[in-house]
Ligand binder design. Structure first.
Ligand code: FEO
Length: 400
């Protein structure tokens, strides 16, 4: 049975929520589910924007058939070939054999790689600035390469001022019956998941996101329709502001995120004492145990906070594996412009500080605060003064 949402008088959301997915892209836990968005406009011609993941294919087919209300599908626009949106393209093409596929040349090439059915005879290629009319609506196409795949494009409806923004402005989390961001307290209840989605999925490509944001700035926009999560129809500015920050790698908040990797609790103890001393100095602190919290959550807060402290024990002559994984995630996602302090532990040959510094030194705009604090097995009474000094330096730097 269909489950659709009306967005405008002639546009319907025909996507679906998925709450059974454990790991988005096989790696990012989604405890609150995820939505796959698809939009149908019934104009003189009918036009469908993207499809959905195969997990929700049958809900989607029911929704499209209901929203079409017996009409044929004239156009299918493909914005992005990642299978969470593209898996059901072939099925839709077979169900609606008269539909013309609107896509760019890179998408066309990928279609041939993903699907055995030859769809090439049904494709109408578009490039930057091309337009398509369905009657009342006139659409123009905006290329968005590497946001976050090379073939990505957005569509702008010049009639109702709708931006179909592909993965940009999405979030983890199922819609749970809502469709508009203003139906929830997005900035309070959803921003953390939106940040985790952005930083983990798109975070590496800040320069490309900035390029698209510059293009979008020239448009009058009444609705933003992403491929995941809510449609925006008001108060978009605050969320856009976050995107400007995230994509330029500027921290959102002054504060210290402490992530530690501790085997028997001594490294954790040093991290806890530092956190207490920072709090005494009025600094906001967020802590994570890298053995407990998945790196996607910690990466997200590394994008949020201005200062980062990493504390890790030495293990097998390297750094403890959960910290190594986190730091690789952080470097691979291109984080920049952070102030970083390090604490290492090692009972006979501490190495983790040197290795963490080497890895983090590859990030652009990183500055280290203080010297690496070395714990040999357990913190000594005499080292409390060293932690005081580190807390002083961090507090001073946060206040600057
Ligand atoms: Fe939601 Fe890049 O796919």
């Amino acid at each position: 049975m269909h489950c659709t949402k009306k967005i405008t008088s002639d546009m319907t959301w025909v996507g679906a929520d998925d709450r059974r997915l454990a790991f988005f892209e096989g790696v990012y836990g989604v405890p609150n589910g995820v939505s796959y968005n698809s939009y149908l406009i019934c104009d003189e011609k009918t036009i469908l924007f993207d499809t959905v993941d195969k997990a929700v294919a049958h809900n989607f087919f029911d929704n499209v058939a209901y929203a079409l209300d017996g009409r044929k599908l004239d156009y299918l626009v493909i914005s992005h070939m990642e299978p969470d949106h593209a898996a059901t393209i072939e099925d839709i093409a077979l169900r609606y054999p008269e539909a013309t596929i609107i896509c760019n040349a890179k998408i066309q090439a990928m279609l041939g790689r993903f699907f055995p059915t030859d769809l090439s005879g049904r494709i109408q290629l578009v490039k930057e600035g091309d337009t398509l009319s369905t009657g009342r609506h006139v659409f123009t196409f905006v290329m968005a390469p590497m946001v976050h795949w090379p073939e990505v494009m957005m569509t702008y409806d010049t009639t109702d001022k709708i931006l179909f923004s592909a993965d940009a402005f999405g979030s983890f989390g199922a819609l749970n019956g809502r469709i508009f961001a203003d139906e929830v307290d997005f900035m309070h209840d959803w921003l953390d998941e939106a940040r985790r989605y952005y930083t983990n999925i798109v975070g590496k490509y800040g320069a490309q996101v900035q390029a698209v944001l510059r293009k979008a700035a020239a448009l009058e926009i009444n609705y933003v329709c992403p491929l995941h999560s809510f449609v925006w129809r008001r108060d978009f500015g605050a969320f856009l502001e976050k995107y400007l920050k995230w994509s330029s790698y500027e921290p959102e908040e002054k504060g210290v995120m402490i992530a530690y990797a501790s085997v028997y609790g001594h490294t954790e103890n040093a991290a806890n004492i530092l956190a207490a001393k920072l709090s005494d100095r009025g600094v906001k602190v967020q802590m994570y145990d890298t053995s407990v919290t998945a790196s996607s959550f910690i990466l997200s807060d590394a994008f949020k906070y201005s200062h980062l402290v990493f504390a890790a024990t030495t293990y097998n002559a390297g750094m403890f594996s959960t910290m190594e994984h986190l730091l690789h995630e952080i470097t691979e996602h291109n984080l920049q412009k952070r102030k970083i302090a390090l604490i290492e532990n090692g009972s006979w040959a501490p190495m983790s500080g040197k290795l963490m510094r080497e890895l983090l030194s590859t990030l652009k705009g990183v500055e280290f605060v203080g010297e690496t604090l070395t714990v040999n097995s357990a913190l000594t009474e005499g080292q409390l003064g060293d932690l005081d000094a580190l807390a002083d330096e961090l507090a001073k730097s946060v206040a600057e």
